[in-house]
Ligand binder design. Structure first.
Ligand SMILES: *Cc1c(COP(=O)(O)O)cnc(C)c1O
Length: 444
């Protein structure tokens, strides 16, 4: 259990990725936050505007999705200490993990059960608000619970929304759009799980199945949507609104950390590990966290060895102009949410000077971590959502942080972003756990 960073040139790095070796890439373009300063491409005021929009919709969400009522219609997840998992990881690497290990429970997010409940739902709500205001049916001072009236469902049914997805984005867009009354079509890539398609069909969503990967599903979805009138395409490869929906998480987390009596400053670093697919989720959250905590937060992205698209895009500087298939990888992984061969054009550029590093891990390790977390903490996640759990056990990351903080590293808060899992049907989850458990047994 440990990625390697023993390459010394871009060619060697690519060779290592090609051979599916677990790899750590340290970002040489990381810059101090204040030097990025006022010229950031998305002004940070936009983050606060995004948070306000979600506030305006909270009475509507509380009305339509009862599971959001205890949070007054705000879609948010808790953070939780996981000391038993920390011990398990320490036993495996025979080394202590500095500081305290926490998990951000986005698998518990209401409505969509994954991190996509942030970006996806935000973009649908923003589109709906814009339409309703433009047609004189709503003002920003109204009580938005009126959007649940049949009159609005009727109105929104004149418009359609489409998206391309490996599964989870389709769940979040599909469920939210259908509830508002939109016609909605989701284009699913080959990885998409059957249960996700069934759940969506039950909600009246049109599911189009493709036998190719994510990039194809997006391209095809975009094309079909453009041919229709009144069709709005939610573009996971380019969307600023998706990005902002994710970034709002950072504004809220500073309050949550305070409630746990966790300090973040020059002597108490916050280290965050984020699973990365096309990049919008982890990049949006990184963008927000850097705004809130500046240089005191360090964000690491995690990708499967078969789909290291963001590492490839950033390490070569080619962004969306290079894909994992270009270097001979197949982009096939059990981590369906991360099965992306080509990074977002937007996300990589927005965080190329903010992300501290990226590592890859293989599917077997995802399953082992899944079983370990299940056994030690009783937390059940889908395979993609475990990618971040590998980071705290990485010697490379430990050494990198040790060079900056020395003994102060023992004050660190290590936060693993758990990105999905609560909607996974019980039998399927049991299958994941037993697969992971048998991988662990084989080691003995
Ligand atoms: C989508 C997803 C991610 C990554 O988000 P991207 O925006 O695609 O990088 C991580 N984990 C899960 C479970 C996801 O569904």
């Amino acid at each position: 259990m440990c990625p390697e960073s023993t390459y010394s040139s871009e060619e060697e790095l690519i060779e290592q990725l090609k051979n599916k070796k677990e790899t750590f890439w340290s970002n040489e373009s990381l810059k101090p936050y204040h030097t990025l300063g006022k010229n950031l491409p998305i002004p940070t005021e936009d983050l606060h505007e995004a948070e306000k929009l979600l506030q305006r919709f909270s009475p509507y969400l509380a009305e339509v999705f009862p599971e959001t009522r205890k949070m007054n219609g705000i879609i948010e997840s808790p953070i939780r200490g996981i000391p038993s998992m920390q011990q398990e990881l320490e036993k495996r690497i025979q080394q202590s993990i500095p500081g305290h290990l926490y998990v951000k429970c986005d698998h518990e997010l209401p409505i969509a059960g994954s991190i996509k409940a942030r970006g996806g739902i935000y973009e649908v709500l923003k589109y709906a608000e814009g339409l309703a205001i433009k047609h004189g049916k709503l003002t920003k001072d109204d009580d938005y619970s009126k959007l649940a009236d049949p009159e609005f469902k009727q109105f929104f049914s004149n418009f359609s929304i489409a998206v391309g997805s490996t599964g989870n984005l389709a769940l979040s867009i599909g469920i939210m759009s259908a509830a508002l009354g939109f016609q909605v079509t989701v284009h699913m890539s080959v990885e998409a799980k059957e249960w996700k398609k069934e759940l969506l069909r039950d909600k009246g969503v049109v599911v189009v199945e493709h036998d190719k990967d994510f990039s194809f599903a997006v391209t095809e979805g975009r094309r079909q949507c453009q041919e229709k009138s009144n069709c709005y395409f939610i573009d996971d490869e380019n969307s600023k609104d998706l990005f902002l929906g994710y970034a709002v998480a950072a504004l809220r987390i500073s309050e949550q950390l305070k409630q746990e009596n966790i300090t973040v400053d020059a002597d108490h670093p916050l280290v965050v590990y984020l699973p990365c697919g096309v990049g919008g989720g982890p990049a949006g959250i990184t963008y927000g966290l850097k705004y809130v905590f500046g240089d005191h937060v360090h964000c690491y992205f995690a990708e499967p060895t078969s789909s290291p698209c963001m590492m490839l895009g950033l390490a070569t500087g080619k962004h969306e102009d290079i894909s994992v298939q270009d270097i001979g990888l197949d982009n096939k992984t059990e981590a369906d949410g991360l099965a992306v061969g080509r990074p977002s054009a937007l996300a990589g550029r927005l965080v190329e000077n903010m992300v501290t590093g990226i590592y890859t891990l293989n599917d077997e390790n995802l399953y082992k971590l899944l079983a370990l977390l299940h056994a030690s903490e009783g937390i059940s996640l889908e395979p993609s959502a475990l990618a971040g759990m590998y980071g705290p056990a990485s010697i490379d990351i430990h050494q990198q942080l040790d060079r900056i903080y020395g003994s102060r590293l023992s004050n660190a808060t290590q936060l693993v972003w758990a990105t999905g899992g609560s909607l996974v049907p019980k039998e399927i989850m049991e299958g994941f756990v037993s697969k992971g458990t048998s991988f662990l047994r084989q080691e003995e």
